[in-house]
Each structure stands twice: as structure tokens, then as C-alpha cells.
Design a binder for this molecule. Structure first.
Ligand code: IMP
Ligand code: MG
Length: 174
């Protein structure tokens, strides 16, 4: 089988420019405060690495991993495959996600993490597919809206592939 072709949807330069803006906004919205970034693995790792460097403030990082839902019946609580390593009580926490598709993952995550009493819990997602929304979640910081296509690159994968592409693209034929 030959390698599937990926065509560019969002270039590396457009990603970089947007992340500079997001970082500046995040710092401006929390003057003098330290920002605790919570990366949702694996998809957010490249975005989070760039975002963290784009925030001109004190930043700390933690990570979690949740089981991904297969199929449409995604109403249950989220299952942690890996939890945060530190409490978020009293902190300014920002969940960093690669993409919000149906919203089910983020909705469950927000409910679980709000119960830990952070001072603030915000959402920063690189991508959003509004046409697929099943559960509406607040997105405080959004990079780009994308059409209802399967996207890969810049952390996002198709079956484990393409995470290392420096741009966001669509797999041809999908
Ligand atoms: P949701 O719970 O439906 O919002 O799904 C969110 C998760 O599904 C994301 O964190 C991604 O890991 C995965 N996902 C959804 N759409 C895509 C896509 O187009 N490409 C790669 N991963 C996706
Ligand atoms: Mg994800």
C-alpha cells in the first residue's frame, strides 16, 4: 500500500502566527498570575510546546490522557488513562486540546476537573469542528475552525501516523 497523501489545510506559518496571538491573549487575560497548562495527550503535545513558549508569563505544565471514544455513544464519564501529577486546586488552569470534535471528551473532562476546585479552568483548543458538535463546551481560546474532514499533523494522528507533520492537513480520500 502506498503512503496516503496529505494536503495542507493550515500552514506552519499560519499556525505559528495564531499561536503567538493566543499566547499573548492568555498572558494579557491573567496579568501577574501564573498559568498552569494541562495538556491532553497525545494530540496536544506539539501545540502545547509551542503555546507554552508563546505565553510571556510564568507557566507550568502538567499532562493527562483519557481513553478516546469509539462510535457515537460517548455520554459516559471520561476514563483517565493517565491523571495529572499535581492538584489544580486554587490554580489558574488551562486545558490544552488538539481538537474539539463532538465536544464529548472536553465536556467530561471539564466536569471531572471542576470538581477539584481550580480558581479558574479554561479551555484552549487548536482546532474546532463546529459542524460535529453534540455537546457545547466553552472554548476560551481557539486557533482555527475546520471543516468536517479528518485532519492530521501538528500532533494530530491517523492511527498513530502523521503527528510529526509541521502543518495541519487532510488525508486525501478521507
Ligand atoms: P470529541 O470528544 O468528539 O470532541 O473528540 C475529541 C478527540 O477526538 C480529539 O481530542 C482527537 O483526539 C480526536 N479527533 C477528533 N477529530 C479528529 C480529527 O479530525 N483528526 C484527529 N483526531 C481527531
Ligand atoms: Mg485529543
Amino acid at each position: 500500500m502506498s503512503e496516503p497523501r496529505v494536503s495542507t489545510l493550515i500552514s506552519a506559518a499560519d499556525l505559528a502566527a495564531k499561536i503567538r496571538d493566543l499566547g499573548a491573549r492568555i498572558a494579557a487575560d491573567h496579568p501577574g498570575q501564573s498559568i498552569h497548562l494541562l495538556g491532553v495527550l497525545k494530540g496536544s503535545f506539539i501545540f502545547m510546546a509551542d503555546l507554552a513558549r508563546a505565553i510571556p508569563a510564568e507557566v507550568s505544565c502538567d499532562f493527562l490522557r483519557v481513553a478516546s471514544y469509539k462510535g457515537a455513544h460517548s455520554t459516559g464519564e471520561v476514563r483517565f488513562e493517565m491523571d495529572l501529577t499535581e492538584p489544580i486546586t486554587g490554580r489558574i488552569a488551562i486545558l490544552v486540546e488538539d481538537i474539539i470534535d463532538t465536544g464529548a471528551t472536553m465536556d467530561s473532562l471539564l466536569r471531572v476537573l471542576r470538581a477539584r476546585n481550580p480558581e479558574k479552568l479554561k479551555v484552549c483548543s487548536l482546532l474546532h469542528k463546529p459542524s460535529r458538535t453534540k455537546v457545547k463546551v466553552p472554548i476560551d481560546y481557539l486557533g482555527f475552525t475546520v471543516p468536517d474532514r479528518f485532519v492530521v499533523g501538528y500532533g494530530l494522528d491517523y492511527d498513530g501516523h502523521f503527528r510529526n507533520l509541521p502543518y495541519v492537513g487532510v488525508v486525501e480520500g478521507m
